[in-house]
Ligand binder design. Structure first.
Ligand SMILES: Nc1ncnc2c1ncn2[C@@H]1O[C@H](COP(=O)(O)OP(=O)(O)OP(=O)(O)O)[C@@H](O)[C@H]1O
Ligand SMILES: [Mg+2]
Length: 581
């Protein structure tokens, strides 16, 4: 597997790259200066294993004198993040350097030691498999990687055309993701504010729809970064191809109240601290089941429960609650046990109905019958009137107190879509939750319970029905542990908060400590990918999205220097009144 002659023709630039990456790739970059007299095994040897445990090896690197080559590149040999192989009795184990340090040997000479994380095995044909089936023993030789093997590992592993970036140390080695692992087994994109998450999401989706034109991606856009919009003559275009994307604002798509699960509705209209809460809940339960039955008699649906996704009229519900609240017997002399128990419920219902921000929920215009549900489901997954691979749901104008409810519904609808779809395996979906910490929190807070439950359900069972979930968050520490623990791929951008780092470190699978420790030193748009979608933990530069989302950093210096545009405050206040942005 050695190619001494090939190397002679390497360009100067390429050799520079090789040197930058320490022991990462080529055997003989230095051997062009010296005759390669030895056989390949000796030339590529760089050290020997001293200690082997289940998850870490320690090796002593040969001193420059012992080493067959001693060039400038040897000075950077063993850099943290570089790769080697351990060879023993026909087995090649791929390892990555986690730590590099020096100790004094018995003669007082400095010995260069490295801690190595085993990543997988490389066959004679250069094929990589994750995990270690044959552990080497101490005394095994440490070698540089054979020419091109790293590029082969990355291009063989993922889907050829689902390229998302390139290695930080090798511009020409592309990083490809395994699409089935990434989309089907849940993913997380984590990083502090401004680290490049939205750009990463955009770049990933752009690459996905290019290589997989029949994808079905649903994107919860909390800040209006991914959709088309026009306010005040300012036009912002979606970063996705116009023929592939469909953008909805919540008020266009409408998530009607009658789709809320019973627990979601009670959360909205019942104060759990109210002493009458349990009476209110049991009355609403029977009342809603009855209303649902009455309104859908003509559909001949056999079994109707309080949670069935069936239309009922809000007016009728309010009428029934009002009647119960005023119920008397004995010609008005005796108050019924329900009398006056619903004052607070009625006030809450009325205030929701009066506030036009909640119209998409409380006063739907188009979704006013059970028959309108298929239309909503089809639009949601991109097979409605206009077909789309990406459905962007712009929730930026949704009042913050109902965001969790809307997110819960979207999560539930996506799950139910494929749960009841006999051909779910032919129609896999992927739901991306931007700013997940805002509605899938770690703590059990009543207001977020339903959103959390619906996303946790996808993360636990979605794989079986072809519903994938991606959580995007700047505060991983605040995101549900269950959801993160089920993610099998992680793209971690810069994270400097120690709490977040610690939390993510505990979550990620086979985290190579060396790669992971780089989290604080990542630059913008640079990430560490871990988990099943990549062959091994890898630090890489994400391809720039083209075009980028509407989340570009504001150039303060430029705007403050030159004054920027004038502001129409009246218009601004008007927008606020109309809730338009
Ligand atoms: N791959 C990249 N290469 C170069 N610059 C980038 C890259 N990705 C992002 N940036 C820069 O970082 C800025 C912020 O990116 P982005 O909006 O994606 O951050 P974010 O992590 O989503 O932040 P927030 O958590 O606040 O939403 C962008 O305006 C862009 O200038
Ligand atoms: Mg963002």
């Amino acid at each position: 597997m050695d190619f001494p002659l090939l190397i002679v023709g390497l360009s100067r630039n390429f050799r520079k790259i090789i040197m930058r990456a320490g022991g990462c790739m080529l055997d003989k970059a230095g051997s062009t200066d010296k005759p390669a007299a030895n056989n390949g095994a000796t030339v590529s040897r760089v050290g020997v294993l001293m200690d082997v445990t289940g998850d870490q090896f320690t090796a002593r690197l040969d001193s420059p004198k012992e080493a067959a080559t001693s060039t400038d590149e040897d000075k950077t040999l063993g850099q943290v993040g570089s790769y080697f192989t351990v060879r023993q009795s026909g087995w090649n184990t791929l390892v990555m350097v986690d730590r590099s340090y020096r100790v004094a040997d018995k003669q007082g000479r400095a010995a260069h030691m490295v801690h190595l994380t085993p990543l997988g095995e490389i066959s004679d044909k250069g094929e990589f498999t994750r995990g270690i089936s044959h552990y080497p023993i101490s005394g095994a030789e440490l070698h540089r990687l054979v020419d091109g093997s790293l590029a082969k590992i990355f291009s063989d592993y993922g889907d050829q055309d689902f390229k998302v970036g390139h290695l930080t140390s090798f511009d020409d080695i592309g990083v490809h993701l395994d699409a089935s692992a990434f989309f089907g087994r849940h993913a997380a994109i984590l990083g502090q504010s401004g680290s490049g998450k939205s750009w990463t999401v955009t770049s990933l989706i752009q690459s996905a729809v290019k290589s997989m034109p029949n994808s079905h991606i649903i994107l919860l856009d909390m800040h209006g970064e991914y959709g088309d919009k026009e306010v005040d003559g300012l036009v912002a275009k979606s970063p996705f191809p116009a023929d592939k994307v469909r953008c909805f604002r919540a008020e266009e798509l409408e998530f009607p109240y009658w789709l809320l699960a019973f627990s979601e509705l009670t959360e909205l209209v019942i104060n759990s601290d109210d002493e009458n809460a349990s009476i209110q809940i049991s009355f609403l339960r029977s009342c809603m089941t009855r209303l649902r039955q009455e309104a859908n008699d003509h559909l001949n649906i056999g079994h109707i429960t309080v949670d069935s996704p069936l239309y009922y009229s809000m007016e009728d519900l309010i009428k029934a609650v009002k009647a119960a609240n005023r119920e008397t017997s004995d010609f008005g002399k005796k108050k019924s046990p329900l009398y006056g128990k619903f004052d607070e419920v009625l006030v809450r219902l009325q205030s929701l109905l009066n506030d036009n921000r909640y119209d998409f929920l409380m006063r739907p215009k188009t979704r006013t019958s059970t028959e309108s549900l298929p239309g909503l489901m089809a639009d949601l997954v991109g097979i409605g009137d206009k077909k789309a691979s990406i459905t962007v749901l712009d929730l930026s104008a949704v009042p913050f107190d109902v965001v969790p409810l809307v997110a819960a519904q979207i999560g539930r609808l996506c799950y139910e879509f494929n749960f009841w779809n006999p051909h779910c395996r032919e129609f896999p979906l992927f739901l991306i939750c931007e700013e997940a910490h805002e509605y899938i929190p770690r703590e059990d807070i009543p207001r977020f319970r339903e959103a959390r439950r619906s996303m946790e359900r996808i993360s636990k069972n979605g794989r079986k029905y072809g519903v994938g979930l991606c959580v995007v968050s700047q505060r991983p520490h605040d995101v549900s542990e269950t959801v993160l623990a089920q993610c099998s791929s992680f793209i971690c951008l810069r994270i400097s908060n120690p709490d977040d780092q610690e939390y993510v470190r505990a979550m990620v699978p086979d985290a190579a400590r060396g790669t992971f420790a780089a989290l604080t030193s990542l630059s913008k748009g640079e990430a560490v990918a871990l988990g099943e979608a990549v062959p091994m933990p890898v630090r890489f530069k994400i391809d720039l999205p083209d075009p980028p989302p509407n989340s570009t950093d504001i150039d303060y210096a430029d705007k403050w220097r030159d004054g920027g545009s004038t502001v129409d405050v009246e218009k601004l206040v008007n927008n606020w009144h109309k809730q338009e942005r």
